[in-house]
Design a protein around this ligand. Structure first.
Ligand SMILES: Nc1nc2c(ncn2[C@@H]2O[C@H](COP(=O)(O)OP(=O)(O)OP(=O)(O)O)[C@@H](O)[C@H]2O)c(=O)[nH]1
Ligand SMILES: [Mg+2]
Length: 402
């Protein structure tokens, strides 16, 4: 590199604005090497703003010994040809200085004509663990519904994509009016938080919102051998002045349910965690739960951090239980939710609750809400008011120009 060639960094809210600044400052001679998305400002990770940092190679005004190809204004990666070795070293050093945790891809992927927005969007979706087919579907729709010019507005593309993702997820609104007693059953793989969630549900049912009413609850576990579960439920039952019993088989469950049919408002049943691969045990448990009757509200419980394929397998294998909705646990343990949202979109199963903390108190369980779920997506800046309005009244994110 000649002594006068140097690297500059430009920061602006969007890539388009960076380009304008570069052109203003250097005309056509500066070359974009890479761009990265960075976040700045904000409080506790909230309200921070994304901006784009572009690094450019600025050659001297007279550059007789630099190959012609390097002078092109198009943002191709640096040609590692004659005389640019040093530039590459500088770029490397520069790369270390820029926050790469939110690194965006090259605007134009090498060897493709893909618009930078599509490349970045694909990356953002991948970073959030959306399944490959879900990502493809979203990118196809963006290609179809956005003009090349509109693609330059990444914020707007994001809002629409958020709306489309939200459209694919159903929130459980069902239930009520319930037959008394309500029978609530939680099934799911081992260790996902079923027992803890039963406790949270019981505690929130006991003291309904905005009411002085106190419900009569019964807690039943069919997990007799799990001392910890029995202890957890037993202690909660004492605290809530609820009934608690452990049953061993279908006969016993049937008898105990019949015995309780008149005296309780709700019966919550905690089940043994079962691997979705253990078809035999799953079939046994399904048989046992048949005595709960067709009105029983069965919920499938799984963890937010489970892999997409595992969630798909779980949803498939537990299908025979006729679960009405899912409960997604341990939202506090992951920043990615695309896995969950993609699987829910494929299965069309509604989501009823999310849990977000170990303590067995109602504070750590919430009714699921679309915009809340979308808020969990990393790298997406959400216009909450607009999305809330969209999901309440519909319409604002339809096809462009229609
Ligand atoms: N971080 C976090 N941990 C949770 C949450 N819910 C449950 N846990 C923890 O997950 C672990 C397993 O919880 P359990 O309620 O015993 O899970 P389970 O599904 O009943 O497990 P098995 O009965 O063994 O299948 C415990 O350490 C819980 O404290 C949650 O929302 N967030
Ligand atoms: Mg348990």
């Amino acid at each position: 590199m000649t002594p006068d060639t140097y690297i500059d960094t430009i920061q602006a809210p969007t890539l388009t604005e960076c380009r304008m600044l570069i052109r203003e400052r250097y005309g056509e001679r500066a070359r974009i090497l890479n761009h990265k998305i960075v976040r700045s400002g904000g409080f506790l990770g909230l309200f921070s703003k994304e901006s784009v940092v572009v690094s450019v190679v600025v050659p001297p005004l007279k550059i007789p010994d630099i190959p012609k190809s390097l002078r092109a204004a198009s943002p191709k990666p640096a040609d590692p040809g004659a005389g640019v070795g040093e530039i590459l070293n500088q770029i490397k050093a520069l790369g270390d200085k820029i926050d790469t945790s939110l690194a965006a891809p090259q605007r134009t992927a090498p060897g493709t004509n893909e618009h930078g927005t599509l490349v970045k969007l694909g990356d953002d979706l991948e970073r959030n663990d959306f399944s490959p087919s879900f990502r493809r579907e979203i990118l196809e729709r963006v290609r179809r519904e956005f003009s090349l010019e509109d693609l330059n507005d990444y914020a707007e593309v994001q809002q629409k994509v958020l709306a489309w993702i939200g459209e694919r997820v159903k929130i459980y609104t069902g239930g009520g009016p319930y037959k008394r007693p309500r029978i609530i059953v939680l099934v799911g793989p081992t260790g996902v938080g079923k027992t803890t969630t039963v406790c949270k549900l019981a505690a929130s049912l006991k003291y309904p919102d905005n009411s002085n009413e106190r419900l009569e609850l019964s807690l039943i576990t069919i997990d007799m051998y799990r001392i910890a579960a029995a202890k957890q439920l037993g202690e909660l039952a004492t605290y809530l002045k609820a009934d608690f019993i452990a049953v061993e088989d279908q006969e016993e469950l049937k008898k105990e349910l019949a015995f309780r049919s008149d005296s309780f408002d709700a019966i919550l049943i905690d089940t043994v965690g079962r691997s979705p691969h253990d078809s035999l045990e799953l079939a046994k448990m399904k048989k046992m739960l048949e005595v709960c009757g067709p009105d029983a509200e069965v919920y499938l419980t799984f963890m937010a951090s489970a892999k997409y394929n595992d969630i798909m397998e779980t949803m498939r294998q537990f299908e025979p239980f006729g679960y009405r909705a899912v409960i997604v646990t341990k939202l506090d343990e992951t920043k990615q939710l695309g896995n969950v949202l993609s699987a829910l979109a494929v299965y069309g199963k509604p989501i009823a609750f999310v849990t977000n903390g170990q303590p067995s108190t109602p504070r750590y369980i919430k009714k699921a809400g679309i915009v809340d779920l979308l808020t969990n997506l990393e790298g997406f800046t959400l216009d909450r008011e607009r999305l809330e309005a969209y999901f309440t009244y519909g319409g604002a994110y339809g096809r462009q120009n229609s």
